[in-house]
Design a binder for this molecule. Structure first.
Ligand code: PLP
Length: 413
């Protein structure tokens, strides 16, 4: 990294997570030594790590049932199948989300119907109501950890007869008015992919209080007829009703990943507090910066500050590209939701050409100026204060420069 002469450069790594806790490493070694990695492979009297993990996640969220699966995207598709989505059925979802969300709808045979995003980066309830006709499901993505007013959303969906599946990939550990994220909808899905709040490389959870759909989810995930080994699943009589008519779509969690996740689950509340300190340090450093619009966080929301978003509202693409490249030269990796082409993890609803073409002018306007950065827990609040200084000084420099020549925006992982 060259930097820009005379200006401070940030040296941290935006993609570096914390190591797995020693307790998790020891538990993983024990699984490797005994060799029983498959979740249903238990020694006499043993309870598998995966079954224990599910029990612990159900207790943490207060859900009656929990199922651990192979990925967050798998959990989303599994939820739709478990709830009986029909082939070709239209499923409402946020236009501002990550590719696995519309991907899961399409893979399960559904058709994504995109709903506009607001300036606070949550689903637009008026647009939701306008598009709801004939839809039975909303896959509600709490994208980048921004929670919509869940009381208003649930009242609306109840009135419209819509079942809500929550995508909590960025809200594991968050809550709305004291209710844990994932406990409003009929089912909720989480991800344990490396960049989320607990890390097993890949992994997902599904939670619900609904016995029939959860029994179907367990069977779908590939339980064969071993569902009796689960500790956070519905009773056997519920499986009796559905076991002959539910296909196996294997996507199980294994004991190795469960072993490294269990100690991280215990550490989640402490992690959430550390993330808040990082987020608030960055937010404080950016306050009242000309050109930068911060995202308002409602008082009812407890969020997990694992990433940070702000808007360069009404900046031209050339100016934004210059801002991104200058920040990158100073060590600050920014992602941009307004780029013309999908780049690394960042893509936009109009890049997903397998879905019917839809026009969302409000979302287009907001995403055109939307900037995103990761806040891994390896950063300190002092790091975040430095990042804020760089973002602020570049906003002043680039924001006030004459209109720049068009350059390609840098691609950030
Ligand atoms: C990460 C993520 C998912 C799930 O992703 P997987 O990589 O399949 O675990 C779903 N929704 C959002 C918004 C995500 O960021």
């Amino acid at each position: 990294m060259d930097g820009i002469t005379g200006l401070e450069v940030f040296r941290g790594k935006f993609t570096q997570q914390e190591p797995i806790p020693e307790e998790g490493i020891a538990a993983a070694l024990a699984v490797l030594r005994h060799g029983r990695l498959h979740r249903y492979n238990e020694a006499e009297g043993e309870v598998a790590e995966t079954a224990l993990l599910e029990e612990e996640f159900a207790a943490l969220t207060g859900a009656r049932y929990a199922l651990a699966v192979a990925s967050g995207g798998y959990a989303l598709g599994c939820a739709l199948r478990a709830l009986g989505m029909e082939p070709g059925e239209r499923v409402l979802t946020n236009a501002f989300t990550l590719a696995p969300v519309p991907g899961a709808i399409a893979a399960a045979g559904g058709v994504p119907v995109f709903v506009e995003v607001t300036e606070d980066l949550v689903i637009d309830l008026d647009d939701l109501a306008a598009k709801a006709e004939g839809c039975r499901f909303l896959m509600l993505s709490h994208m980048r950890g921004h929670l919509v007013d869940m009381d208003r959303l649930m009242a609306l969906c109840d009135r419209l007869g819509i079942q809500v599946i929550e995508d909590c990939a960025h809200t594991m550990g968050a809550s709305w008015a004291g209710v844990p994220s994932g406990r409003h909808g009929v089912m909720a899905c989480y991800s344990m992919q490396t960049y989320k709040h607990i890390n097993s490389g890949e992994g997902g959870f599904l939670v619900s209080d609904d016995a029939d759909s959860m029994a179907r989810a367990v069977l779908l995930s590939g339980s064969y007829m071993l569902y009796g080994k689960h500790r956070a699943a519905p009773p056997a009589e519920v499986f009796e009703r559905v076991k002959m008519v539910t296909p196996n779509v294997s996507g199980r969690m294994d004991n190795l990943r469960a072993a490294i996740l269990r100690p991280q689950l215990k550490a989640l509340p402490e992690r959430v507090a550390r993330w808040e300190a990082l987020y608030r340090a960055l937010e404080a450093g950016l306050e009242a910066t000309p050109g930068i619009t911060l995202i308002q966080r409602p008082g009812a929301e407890v969020f997990v500050g694992s990433s940070f978003q702000f808007r360069l509202a009404d900046w031209s693409p050339a100016r934004i590209a210059l801002y991104l490249s200058r920040c990158l030269a100073r060590g600050v990796e920014l992602k941009w939701f307004g780029a013309e082409k999908p780049a690394a993890f960042t893509s936009r609803y109009d890049h997903w050409h397998y879905a019917p073409k839809q026009v969302l002018p409000q979302t287009d306007r907001i995403l055109a100026g939307l900037i995103d950065l990761r806040l891994p827990l390896t950063f300190t609040p002092e790091d975040c204060a430095q990042i804020a200084r760089i973002l602020r000084s570049e906003a002043l420099t680039v924001g006030q420069a004459p209109e720049p020549e068009a350059i390609a925006a840098p691609v950030i992982q």
